[in-house]
Design a binder for this molecule. Structure first.
Ligand code: ZN
Length: 184
């Protein structure tokens, strides 16, 4: 226990030290909070995704909203709503990626958590087996949200972590009714 805490502290201390160096070089760009490119990117928290580099973005260009899988959950809709209604974004880019950890878990994870802790999480795991299908599911959730005033430009992609390339995922012409969430 003591070791673990010490190690974590050491790592965080390194981050804080790196921040001191960063701040020494930092010049206040005097930007507004409105993203220059009026775009919000929703993607996975995966450590291999350098969102700014892969999209040629610079500081101040976009909102980046990240979670496990890059899934459009209620909380992502919350962020997108604030992004569009208060901070001037009008376009949404959804990026899932190959080798995503969410391809290896299932909704059984909720039951495992309940067995382990006595508490069933209130959230869905949002696991998926089909990358393209889940990108479309996320696109549909954006398209159907009444809170979002700008739904004309919603585009979805799968990022290949081995090549660095994005591949666009297009909506199916006959959009199926939204899958019922898996509940136990
Ligand atoms: Zn991922």
């Amino acid at each position: 226990m003591g070791f673990a805490v010490a190690n974590v502290s050491t790592m965080v201390d390194r981050l804080v030290a790196a921040n001191r160096l960063y701040a020494e070089q930092y010049r206040n760009p005097g930007m507004s909070a409105v993203p220059v490119r009026h775009t919000a990117v929703v993607t996975c928290m995966d450590a291999r995704l350098d969102v700014h580099a892969m999209l040629g973005l610079e500081l101040g260009d976009t909102h980046v909203i990240r979670n496990a899988g890059g899934v459009v959950t209620d909380d992502v809709v919350r962020s997108l709503t604030i992004s569009q209604r208060h901070l001037g974004t009008t376009q949404v880019v959804l990026i899932h990626h190959t080798q995503c950890g969410m391809l290896t878990v299932t909704e059984d994870f909720r039951r495992e958590l309940e067995a382990d802790t006595g508490l069933r999480p209130q959230w869905a795991v949002e696991a998926f087996v089909d990358l393209d299908g889940d990108v479309r599911q996320s696109m549909n959730r954006v398209l159907r949200s009444p809170f979002l005033p700008h739904r004309e430009t919603v585009r979805g992609f799968v990022y290949d972590v081995t090549t660095g390339l994005l591949r666009e995922v297009f909506p199916l012409s006959d959009v199926q009714p939204e899958d019922a969430p898996e509940q136990s």
